[in-house]
Design a protein around this ligand. Structure first.
Ligand SMILES: Nc1ncnc2c1ncn2[C@@H]1O[C@H](COP(=O)(O)OP(=O)(O)OP(=O)(O)O)[C@@H](O)[C@H]1O
Length: 613
């Protein structure tokens, strides 16, 4: 791949949908011009520094809010955290007179409050809106309880200095906010962790199936958010010289308004730090202008509330437009996946008659799994050799998906063992199975519609490089190179990589999903009904790719309801019925009729008529 083609393709590597930041930047400039013309002292350096000082708290909190929203979560309790951490920090600063102890107390309090939110949201499976609405009230109440409703003051000068220090006239909190904002933005855009947040926000289930630890990531995000609120509360308490339970009232309104105004979608999966920066600036300028206009506090509240509603309205309109353009743009399914082989009769594949399966790669022995009272799988036993395509067939609800979910680490078996290359393995999640060399294309494709083709393809196995020799970041150029090479080797032509996967047709999404599974060195490829929604040409190409994977030495398990695909591609066929393996033999020892009867549970087929002679 040429350097030029990699550089030219960078455009589509920014994850997520484009935000509305240019329009907002214009609004911001209009506000500056309006307030500048209306009020004499608005456009002065000192007012600029005051605005920066005032928005530094919002900017720090906006980093946490942005990351949470992009991952499809939200924290309404930040105002409550602000108040509680402020009075805790103040109490430590007053009682100990030790700056370090006060700062550590504030940060640890933030960590604990953030972790509380994270654990409640993820492990109790409650909506983040409801959880953080509840914790908001609890944290606020605790702030009053700890401080007995009074302001806490009387700190050492060294602590107050922390909030009022300046470096070259720029207040220290502004510098800290700038560092946190830039670091957070770069992390979001340039690292694997950032990409995974977009993936979780776009399709949490797909992210989970590709190996992202969604629960743990979200808990860590809430902890980070709490830590950032710790920084905000410590700096503000030091600057004000007191900690008070009244602080943070409507803080969540300011922060969420800035972030949503900055183009971060409330539905998750989209947003850009540059947009959030403009959103924060807009809120700062608006607040300052309203103060210059001499409006009472309640008018400021009304104005900010209206701006939030407008931002949410704009977000909804953008969401509808996106959905409409997705429907319009989805191209027809023909022609994008091209075969490199000569034309064949329906589903017929060229087979190498000399091809012999190799040693056993995977053996499942006595696998069982119940879901409540449903016995989804009982005593599932079968094996797959390298170079072999094993078709798993059975009626709806027979237990096929359950069986492959046990093998691919999505579920844990209640009993039974899985051996890979002769060694017993146990998977804690899909990422363990992927690391062991098992790749799966799930029935629902597990793609993230908001991410581009290359990012979907590398998700869970992102190439990395070191920035400045020591900062680990995602290597997007390597991701593009890997994507192009993988698609080319499979004979898949996706003419436009410059689009999110949500804009691709069903067949194209299938190609991306399959290409992701066909890694170099993969030991076992599992395809769960990969041809269910495809036409003849595409089905034939998916089967060709499955055969190609086997010819390259992988073991392949393919689930299908279509008997024709089974006879076109299988070396061996395993039939499941009511959660049990009822047949396991080479494809040349069974006929269409016998297979149908086995699936349907009709036992009266004699071997003489059922087995090819
Ligand atoms: N997560 C789950 N929770 C509860 N029941 C489940 C779960 N997953 C599967 N089951 C049940 O287990 C049984 C087997 O389901 P499974 O999806 O494995 O069948 P299948 O052969 O793949 O079916 P299909 O061909 O329709 O996809 C069904 O009765 C199903 O309802």
């Amino acid at each position: 791949m040429s350097i030029a083609s990699v550089a030219g393709s960078r455009r589509y590597l920014v994850p997520g949908e484009p935000s509305r930041r240019s329009g907002l930047a214009l609004l911001c400039l209009v506000l500056v011009a309006y307030f500048g013309i209306s009020f004499d002292n608005f456009l002065t350096v000192s007012n600029g520094l005051t605005i920066l000082m005032n928005v530094s708290a919002i900017a720090i909190a906006a980093v946490g809010a942005m990351l949470l929203l992009i991952s499809g979560n939200v924290d309404l309790s930040i105002g409550g955290q602000y108040a509680l951490i402020s009075v805790i920090t103040a109490q430590f600063a007053k009682d100990s007179g030790n700056v370090v102890l006060a700062v550590v107390a504030g940060l640890v309090a933030g960590l604990i409050l953030g972790a509380t939110n994270g654990i409640l949201v993820r492990y109790m499976k409650i909506s983040p809106l409801i959880v953080t609405l509840g914790t908001m009230a609890v944290f606020k109440g605790l702030a009053y309880l700890v401080s007995e409703g009074r302001s806490v003051f009387g700190f050492a000068e060294s602590f107050i200095f922390l909030g009022r220090a300046r470096i070259n006239t720029v207040p220290l909190p502004v510098i800290i906010a700038a560092v946190i904002f830039i670091a957070g933005g770069l992390w979001l855009l340039r690292t694997s962790g950032g990409l995974r947040l977009f993936a979780i926000g776009g399709n949490a289930n797909a992210a989970r199936l590709t190996g992202v630890n969604v629960d743990w990531t979200v808990v860590r995000l809430y902890v980070l958010n709490g830590l950032l609120m710790g920084v905000v509360a410590v700096l503000t308490t030091a600057r004000l010289g007191s900690g008070t339970p009244q602080i943070g009232t409507s803080f969540e309104l300011d922060v969420l308004t800035a972030v949503i105004l900055g183009g971060v979608g409330f539905a998750g999966g989209s947003g850009h730090p540059a947009g959030v920066f403009v959103g924060v600036a807009t809120i700062g300028i608006l607040s300052s202008g309203l103060i210059f206009a001499g409006l009472e506090d309640w008018w400021q509240q009304i104005s900010k509330g209206l701006v939030l509603l407008l931002a949410l309205g704009a977000d909804q309109i953008a969401e509808h437009r996106r959905a409409r353009s997705l429907r319009k743009e989805a191209p027809p399914d023909t022609g994008e996946v091209k075969s490199t082989s000569k034309p064949m009769d329906e589903y017929d594949l060229e087979r190498d008659p000399a091809h012999e399966p190799g040693p056993v790669v995977m053996t499942a022995t006595g696998l069982s799994r119940r879901f409540g009272s449903v016995f989804a799988l009982r005593d599932g036993t079968f094996s797959v050799r390298s170079g072999e395509v094993v078709c798993l067939v059975g009626d709806n609800g027979a237990g096929k998906s359950t069986l492959i979910k046990l093998i691919s680490g999505v579920h844990r078996p209640d009993s039974g063992t899985i051996e890979l290359d002769g060694r017993e393995v146990s998977f804690g999640g899909p990422i363990d199975a992927r690391r062991a060399g098992i790749e799966t294309v799930h029935q629902d494709l597990a793609v993230c519609p908001n991410l581009g083709v290359a990012h979907n393809l590398i998700l869970g196995d992102e190439p990395k490089k070191r920035l400045l020799g020591f900062i680990p970041v995602r290597d997007d150029a390597a991701a593009v190179a890997r994507t192009k090479q993988r698609l080319a080797s499979l004979g898949i032509t996706l003419t436009d990589l410059n689009r999110s996967v949500g804009r691709l047709s069903g067949g194209q999404r299938q190609s991306v999903s399959i290409a992701r599974a066909m890694k170099d060195g993969v030991k076992l490829v599992i395809l769960d009904e990969p041809t269910a929604a495809l036409g003849v040409t595409q089905t034939r190409n998916v089967l060709r790719i499955a055969r190609q994977a086997a010819d390259n030495g992988a073991g392949v398990i393919l689930i299908s309801h279509d008997i024709r695909t089974v006879f076109a591609v299988a070396d061996r066929v395993v039939v499941l019925r009511l959660g049990q393996v009822v047949h396991d033999d080479t494809i040349d020892r069974v006929t269409h009729t016998k297979l149908l009867h086995l699936m349907a549970g009709l036992e009266d087929v004699s071997d003489a008529e059922g087995v090819k002679q």
